[in-house]
Write a protein of this length. Structure first.
Length: 322
């Protein structure tokens, strides 16, 4: 009898899972199924939507395909070498084909654009002054399931940032990416002297990302509001850095082999604010000089407990998972 009941329960569970997936009403927060839409501050970003996809495999074709603001879905097939950055227009989805397509040597720039999705791309070794992805003066951006990397063999300034968000950009979600082997991971707010432009903007969510052997800026946040949850950080010197009055909620993350998990009082004349809850610090120190007021994000989300983050993130983050 118990066997029959168990089978019925499994059948019911399977049926309900299929129904939820079909409806797409509940955002999935596990490695089992990637989100079809962003969760967090970037919610509502649709990119090119249902536009007919165009597949490109050369730099010239890619540059042309992403240049304007019409709705478009651009699929990148293969690894394209860049020098500098390619500008991405509004209403664009850029999607890598398979698990090994993307860019090396430079990166992508989203500048004065809105409604842009970057997914499933390998982006490596962005030689300075190029970032792997730069977001400037842009809103509604979703960076999802990419693999960012460089190396630690060069001087820390040889490569620029893997993902930098600046100049009053807003409503950005960074989810299910891997960031590996780099000095300067992800900078949000480029200067202590930019309060006039940045204050009230730079609202960014980071969730389910893996940072491995990234020295610092995981992320570094000035002036804005950051929600950092369910991320896995390994081998950092300084991870989350809130400065210049920024508000950061650091929730249910896992830190390993990290010296300082969260700091609010380094490198800038004005400290930031942070709230920590549910994290597995793994022995990392914290330097929180000011407890923040940002405790309830203005969107729906489900933060899985830190105990399951390593399994979820290592299974689900990076390319080839969507």
């Amino acid at each position: 009898m118990s066997t029959i009941i168990s089978r019925r329960r499994l059948a019911a569970l399977f049926a309900s899972t299929v129904a939820v997936a079909a409806l797409g009403a509940i955002p999935q927060q596990s490695a089992v199924a990637a989100e079809s839409a962003p969760v967090g501050f970037g919610a509502g970003t649709t990119g090119g939507g249902s536009a007919t996809p165009v597949t490109v495999s050369t730099l010239a074709a890619f540059t042309s395909a992403v240049a304007n603001d019409s709705a478009k879905v651009v699929r990148v097939s293969g690894l394209i070498t860049l020098s500098g950055q390619v500008d991405i227009g509004s209403n664009t989805t850029v999607l890598g084909v398979g698990s090994a397509s993307g860019f090396t040597g430079g990166g992508l720039r989203i500048k004065e654009s809105t409604n842009v999705i970057i997914r499933n791309l390998r982006i490596s070794k962005p030689v300075a002054p190029a970032d792997g992805v730069t977001v400037q003066k842009s809103t509604k951006v979703w960076i999802d399931h990419n693999a960012f990397s460089a190396d630690r063999d060069h001087d820390k300034d040889y490569y620029d940032g893997l993902l930098d968000i600046s100049h009053a950009s807003d409503n950005v979600t960074v989810s299910w990416n891997t960031f590996k082997d780099h000095f300067k991971g992800s900078l949000v707010g480029h200067s202590d002297n930019n309060s006039g432009e940045d204050t009230g903007h730079l609202r960014v969510t980071y969730h389910h990302n893996q940072f491995s052997n990234v020295y610092s800026r995981i992320p570094s946040l000035r002036f804005g509001t950051g929600h950092f949850y369910d991320n896995y950080v390994q081998g950092a010197d300084t991870a989350c850095h809130s400065r210049m009055g920024a508000q950061m909620l650091v929730e249910n993350n896992v830190f390993r082999d990290t010296k300082v998990a969260v700091t609010t009082n380094r490198s800038s004349d004005v400290d930031g604010y942070a709230v920590l809850r549910g994290n597995d610090l793994g022995g990392a120190a914290t330097e929180v000089s000011q407890t923040g007021s940002f405790t309830t994000p203005p969107y729906s989300y489900t933060a899985e407990p830190a105990s399951s983050v390593v399994a979820s993130v290592t299974a689900g983050a990076g390319t080839g998972k969507i």
